[in-house]
Ligand binder design. Structure first.
Ligand SMILES: Cc1cc2nc3c(=O)[nH]c(=O)nc-3n(C[C@H](O)[C@H](O)[C@H](O)COP(=O)(O)O)c2cc1C
Length: 228
């Protein structure tokens, strides 16, 4: 479903993580408008803890270049901003994570043994999958889990609004692996930390990766009904 959505349900159903984009630019005025609308997302105490940096045009090109240098062979990794998953992810979450990874690489026809090819594909994250526009979402370090959940609500609201305008996105927590490079480039104050990036643009419908349909666990695995 690539056409713009015309209802919330339609937007929810047609949103997926897009990992190959067309080069068509996204008008900056449209992103400004959608960010203002997304900020109608609720937040505990109306704290609105999100900070958003938008990257496009020359700034995005310069950032891409910085990342290419950062990822050059032999470069040292950075201390991640946070643990993206718990160190030993228990079941059933571990299997869910494994399955989506395998499904992704199956679509790309990259076998499990070909670690180098899997890593090369993963590195596309750091090119925002070719998207013409990107966001970095950050938060004050003093904020805790409730405010981080507010960030999620903001981001999902934005991703649905993007669908309404026929645009696509991929949230990217992989950027937490390069917090110093991101914060340095964007000149963040020291009390700011990255949550995630987001690639934004129009999906390349012909690319096999965008045909990936992620599964969802059935309702009975995660919901209980009391008195109803
Ligand atoms: C906060 C957040 C961070 C994510 N980070 C990445 C990422 O770094 N790279 C990536 O390819 N996908 C990333 N994803 C996409 C998830 O893998 C995806 O949402 C999940 O597999 C479900 O698929 P769907 O979005 O297509 O429904 C992220 C999603 C969220 C919500």
């Amino acid at each position: 479903m690539n056409a713009p959505s015309s209802s919330v349900l339609d937007a929810v159903r047609s949103r997926l993580s897009v990992r190959a984009f067309l080069p068509e630019p996204v008008p900056p005025s449209l992103i400004r408008e959608l960010l203002v609308q997304a900020a109608r997302a609720p937040s505990g105490g109306n704290v609105q803890p999100w900070h958003i940096d938008v990257l496009a045009g020359e700034a995005l090109a310069a950032f891409r270049q910085r990342m290419r240098e950062r990822l050059a062979p032999g470069a040292e990794p950075e201390e991640p901003a946070y643990e993206i998953y718990p160190a030993a992810l228990p079941e059933p979450w571990r299997s869910r994570r494994f399955r989506i990874g395998e499904a992704l690489y199956a679509r790309l026809r990259i076998p499990r043994e070909d670690k180098a090819a899997r890593l090369r594909w993963f590195a596309n994250n750091f090119d925002f999958f070719g998207a013409p526009l990107a966001l970095m979402c950050s938060v004050d370090r003093r904020m805790g889990p409730p405010q981080w959940s507010d960030l999620g609500m903001f981001l999902q609201t934005l991703m649905l609004l993007l669908r309404e305008r026929g645009l696509d996105s991929c949230a990217q927590e992989c950027w937490a692996l390069y917090p110093r490079t991101v914060a340095g480039f964007l000149q963040w104050p020291g009390d700011r930390m990255i949550f995630c990036g987001m690639a934004i643009g129009r999906r390349d419908a012909a690319h096999p990766v965008n045909g990936l349909q992620s599964e969802r666990a059935p309702l009975q695995e995660w919901a209980r009904f009391h008195g109803c």
